[in-house]
Design a protein around this ligand. Structure first.
Ligand code: NAP
Length: 352
């Protein structure tokens, strides 16, 4: 099945998000045109200013509403579906995770697929932003996560703990069920397009989306911002759980290559640079010794040493290199560029 080609028009859902603005820029850089969906005119205008002439937008206020994408998908050849709630504010007194996280994620995904089937006669490929959250299980050193694995642990935990399960569990459930729903849709409905999913772990990198207040920072970047601000002690930082990291520019490339490359169809893609801890990240930022970062964040911890020799499970991203041709940015660059972009906003936007 032919994939999307240069000059084609791509529908990008959630275009105002941290990741999606990079996807929009990369689509345009690769010769494609973009129709973004955003929740307000102000958000759309901001993205247009960042991305330029080959970006336009339509308003979709709630991806979970029936038929939300029916008009948006008309006349496009490809779809990149990034929109999904990404936060951990659900469960217990915070509210019903089903309503806050799971239904919007699952219904948003099935709505865009239904729209592509019924109103997008030219759609060749749909790329869905899934997550490592849909892959990960509780595993020890020696285990290598591949695209064959599905998160079962979070589904089991949610079944046991119900609406009191912690927000990070129910977020993982939302991503797992949304991705499963996408593959099930393809199996049941046999649309004339095919699918690919991108499954990133924690994403950092420069922030270029609209964020007038640091309190509104997207979840993955907000954690580093609070470390840079000195809001966590060195002991708290050393206890932050290890994870896997990837740069937003590489994740954006993955989305675009998954649209363009014919052999990316019907595949999941882990996209990951490295296993890391926040201590490793703080050490890397200090190693670069960037005066702009030091000036913006005078309370940033300086005495922390990371331990990259520490052993944990691994995340296999070989397929993303072989099929999508990804070349990952190095750890120090990813961490430095994230901190530098936050330092710029801190100095020029947020402290005014
Ligand atoms: P983000 O900045 O919060 O972006 C999420 C986008 O989805 C925003 O544009 C948001 O719009 C939109 N959205 C959420 N719920 C919506 C709804 N009900 N109706 C309409 N739009 C809705 O977060 P991000 O980090 O860029 O995440 C983008 C995607 O990547 C998500 O699918 C997330 O699960 C996935 N992901 C992220 C990471 C990471 O570390 N950042 C890792 C793995 C996967 P508003 O801002 O207007 O609400």
């Amino acid at each position: 099945m032919p994939a999307v080609k240069k000059g084609d028009l791509v529908l990008l859902s959630g275009a105002s998000g941290f990741l999606a603005v990079h996807v929009a820029k990369e689509l345009v850089a690769q010769g494609l045109k973009v129709r973004g969906t955003v929740r307000s005119k102000a958000k759309g205008d901001y993205v247009k200013k960042v991305v330029g002439d080959n970006f336009d937008y339509v308003i979709v206020e709630d991806i979970g509403t029936d038929n939300a994408f029916d008009k948006a998908v008309e006349g496009v050849q490809g779809v990149a579906h990034t929109a999904s709630p990404f936060h951990f504010n659900a469960g217990g007194e915070k509210g019903d995770p089903d309503e806050i996280l799971i239904k919007p994620a699952v219904n948003g995904t099935t709505n865009i697929l239904k729209a592509a089937k019924s109103h997008g006669k030219d759609v060749k490929r749909v790329v869905i932003t899934s997550s490592f959250a849909a892959v990960v299980n509780n595993r020890q050193a020696g285990h290598k996560f591949t695209e064959d694995e599905w998160n079962q642990d979070s589904l089991d935990q949610y079944e046991k703990e119900g609406k009191d399960a912690p927000g990070n569990c129910t977020y993982r459930v939302s991503k797992t069920l949304a991705e499963k729903a996408a593959w099930q849709f393809e199996k049941d409905e046999k649309p004339s397009f095919d699918l690919a999913t991108i499954n990133p772990p924690l994403i950092w990198g420069p922030t270029i989306h609209q964020c007038p207040d640091p309190k509104g920072l997207n979840t993955s970047i907000a954690q580093l911002y609070s470390v840079l601000k000195g809001e966590k002690t060195e002991e708290e930082i050393s206890k932050m759980p290890p994870g896997f990291l990837v740069d937003v520019r590489n994740v954006a490339q993955a989305h675009v290559q998954a649209l363009l490359r014919e052999d990316a169809g019907d595949k999941r893609f882990n996209v990951s640079l490295v296993g890391f801890t926040f201590s490793d990240a703080v050490e890397a930022i200090n190693a670069r010794d960037d005066p702009a970062i030091k000036k913006a964040f005078p309370k940033m911890p300086t005495g922390i040493k990371g331990d990259k020799s520490r052993k944990g499970p691994e995340l296999d991203a070989t397929r993303s290199k072989q099929v999508l041709g990804l070349q990952y940015l190095d750890f120090e660059t990813v961490v430095h560029d994230t901190a530098a972009s936050l330092a710029k906003r801190e100095t020029e936007e947020w402290s005014k």
